[in-house]
Design a protein around this ligand. Sequence first.
Ligand code: ADP
Length: 597
Amino acid sequence: MNVLVINCGSSSVKFALFDGDEQLVTQGKRERLGSDTAQHKETHKEAVAAIFETVAEYQIDAVGHRVVHGGADITQPQQIDQAVLDAIEEHIPDAPMHNPFSKAAIESAQDVFPSVPHVAVFDTAFHARMPRRATTYAIDQDVAERHGIRRFGFHGISHEYAAGIAAEFLERPLNELRLITLHLGNGASACAVEFGRSTETSMGNTPLEGLVMGTRSGDVDAGVLLSLLRSGEFTVDELDDLLNNKSGLLGLSGQGNDLREIQHAAADGDDRARLAINVFAHRARKYIGAYAAAMGGVDAIVFTGGIGENSASMRRRILQRLEFLGCVLDEDRNHDASVHSDQDHALITTPRSRVEAIVVKTNEELMIARETKRVVHATERPTPKTIPIAISARHCHLTEETFATLFGADATPTPMKDLSQPGQYACEEQVTVIGPRNQIERVRLLGPLRKANQVEISRTDEFHLGIDAPVRRSGNVRGSAPVTLKGPEGTVKLTEGLICAHRHIHMHPDDAEAFAVSDGDEVAVAITGGNRDLVLGDVTIRVHENFRLEMHIDTDEANAAELGKNATATLSPVDVDDDAYAVYTELAATAALTRLG
Ligand code: ADP
């Protein structure tokens, strides 16, 4: 599969064409783009059109597009459809120098290559599952919510790629490593890659926060912005221009944003150039310390981007005095380190350094091509189908006799709320479940009344009560655990009836046909898209005319996947046994969080 990658930056468009073996067929870059017609600048649109002419002689099977901002909901590369285009459009105000060009490039590419899949790979996606403590600004949360003020992080494609190369070099799985990746180019950011995931990164709501960059300030006291606005010297747009285009290395040095020139000036004794270099290195070192603390340790520090890959002196400045962390630079290795297309990494610490420092040649285009291929293969599988997840809190089903003892001979269950399965409802009535060790109050009764008593609790509840209950399918209570129930009018000692419910998926026969499963089949299901990925085996398929498609798991299982309110999850039955589970449609599921109890 030949994949064309389009990487649209604020003033440049890069492209690369990879063949099926990830070999680069051709690449190129068109720079200094802009709308300045007075200077006859090439526009992004013209640049993209020129690129398509350049690659016209090759067969293109898929196109991968780099998109800077996809927002908090996009955690994965996506095959481009209208919803993805809308998400890119929605985040134009958050990434005004990138998203409009990406969107335009995608639309042109779709015109030129209408019959091949187009995939968007997002800079924000790698960071989309950062913990809330890292994404939240300490401002009034109502204001934050109304304006979508949260930290997103950028450069995710490069951080993820560099972390992967570092793990390969260290010969350890990424999910066992705590890495700090520093992408130091014209834009610059640091990322704490904790066990394979981004858990902190220095760019925030916009790419302006964090490290010192070519022309961007990085961190500035917000009070300074208020003072500058109050001074009357700057309009909002002028302040934007100051912080984004006239700050960073350029603003500090007064020389320009190219580190090489600043280094020459510093060598000639220019004080501002020296200060620029020192502020840049100090800020990066500060973030390394912060991220080591945030992760509770660090195994390796990874440098990438134009400065990270090429400037030995900047790497030395950044790593100086980090011996206390266990990171000891090897001056010779650092000086000689050279990364290029045939050598994608170099070690720059001494053999006795506990924390290794590695230089990695970033290759965002290759990463985009890889992801594009992966998404295209995944979407060639059968169409996704959505299964909602309902989380069952502890509850009980009672017989008429037990109900009468607990609530009085004349009482009848009082329906309170219909449940998703037709004919089932939660009742006003609640009972106390009593075990040898403890009791649990307010356990909800579900109606209608049944032929056998059945109390469904989680494993955690069992420990609390001090009872071992078997995992059983609903209705199969013979020989299950004894338990005492107490109601307002009386107490019943059941000799059996307490179970830990076997997780299951309710299905209408039509769904069963669509998933190619039958009643009683056991499938394994991977829940992704919650805060923690989770594979559940032994999930029973239950098929009935009256059932509505829904997976039922208990609170322990839901907590293990950290399914938050309104979370969405992707369920895919895992290939456990080809004969029994011949379905492996990817099932997207919305965690509807229906509380049954
Ligand atoms: P972008 O973020 O635009 O892709 P790059 O990753 O290409 O930027 O990084 C550009 C930066 O790298 C510039 O500041 C440039 O000065 C710096 N750089 C490139 N080569 C060297 C070098 N040999 N020594 C010092 N700085 C370098």
